[in-house]
Ligand binder design. Structure first.
Ligand SMILES: [Mn+2]
Length: 313
């Protein structure tokens, strides 16, 4: 049976301060030749939806405590992306979303939570926790807030610009695992540590190895193996030597192979239903190698292996 794929190109940069990341989706899709590659892998591309939100390079907001920078613009962009993800989810196909900055995951995961009535697991691969609220954030950047909004640590629908953002059931923290974390906002009272979310930092990955960590994460968030899994993959989880063209680089990240094994193991669960790949900025140095590794991680998440498992042959 042919597998059906919907693709959402979510070109928004309003969740952070650099221009260029809004061009990430087109760059990864076109330069990565994903249409040809995923078709060769046995997928039928049912629909491709494109959303492009422009911003000026000089446009640098000054944060105001308790608010989201460019709240109106980011709210409108995410409401549009969420509505689009909702329509694409309705087709029951696998949904691949290319960002854009990581705030777009607030839109895709809210749509998935609506579609699954809150019965959803999320694996968040990222150098950062992305669990700030407008109150705890010192920068005001929305791309550091999606997990706090999704778990209802604050009400995103009360923020300016989000008037049309749909109501959605909360992401339950016991269904959430973070992998690759290494840059945690210091001095901020961070509710994620009080929640049931599993946080696998780079220290645990060094200690135990990425294979056991990803298997532990899958078992922890989806013990019955019966819930759909959404993978939200921030390219900054990878070490800057592997993926340099991204806005918030942090040393000591995942290696090339560690980054792939996460996607490969998730694909093997059969529960993976949607993937975001975000924060590729094609205007930054090292764009070509970053687009290349992003493309390959997407292919791994869609089931590509180095070699078919011999047991299945
Ligand atoms: Mn992120």
């Amino acid at each position: 049976m042919q597998k059906e794929l919907n693709v959402l190109l979510a070109g928004s940069a309003w969740g952070q301060n650099f221009s260029g990341v809004e061009k990430g989706p087109e760059a990864v899709w076109e330069q990565g030749e994903l249409e040809r590659k995923v078709t060769n892998l046995g997928w039928n591309i049912a629909q491709v939806e494109r959303h492009q939100f422009e911003r000026q390079a000089a446009d640098k907001p000054s944060p105001v405590k308790g608010t989201i920078n460019d709240s109106k613009e980011v709210g409108q962009a995410l409401s549009t992306i969420c509505a689009s993800a909702g329509e694409l989810n309705a087709h029951d196909n696998f949904l691949l979303t290319l960002g854009g900055d990581h705030s777009i995951a607030l839109a895709t995961i809210a749509a998935a939570l609506i579609a699954t009535k809150g019965e959803l697991c999320v694996i968040w691969v990222d150098a950062h926790e992305d669990f700030n609220t407008p109150e705890t954030s010192s920068s005001g950047k929305c791309h550091g807030m999606p997990l706090a909004a999704l778990t209802h640590a604050f009400d995103i629908r009360k923020c300016k610009g989000f008037e049309n953002f749909p109501e959605f059931p909360p992401l339950k923290s016991e269904n959430l695992a973070l992998i690759g974390t290494r840059d945690i906002d210091g001095g901020v009272h961070n509710k994620i540590h009080e929640s049931k979310a599993k946080i696998y930092t780079m220290a645990e990955i060094d200690q135990y190895g990425i294979g056991p960590i990803i298997d532990h994460a899958i078992e922890a968030v989806n013990p019955g193996g019966n819930l759909p899994i959404h993978l939200s993959y921030d390219i900054d989880a990878l070490d800057p030597a592997v993926a340099p063209a991204t806005g918030t680089r942090v040393h000591g990240g995942l290696t090339y192979r560690e980054g792939h094994l996460i996607a490969e193991h998730l694909a093997e669960t059969g529960c993976l239903k949607s993937v975001d790949l975000v924060e590729v900025n094609p205007e930054m140095p090292g764009a070509d190698i970053t687009i290349n590794v992003a493309t390959k991680i997407i292919m791994s998440a869609l089931g590509q292996r180095i070699m078919p498992k011999w047991l299945e042959m």
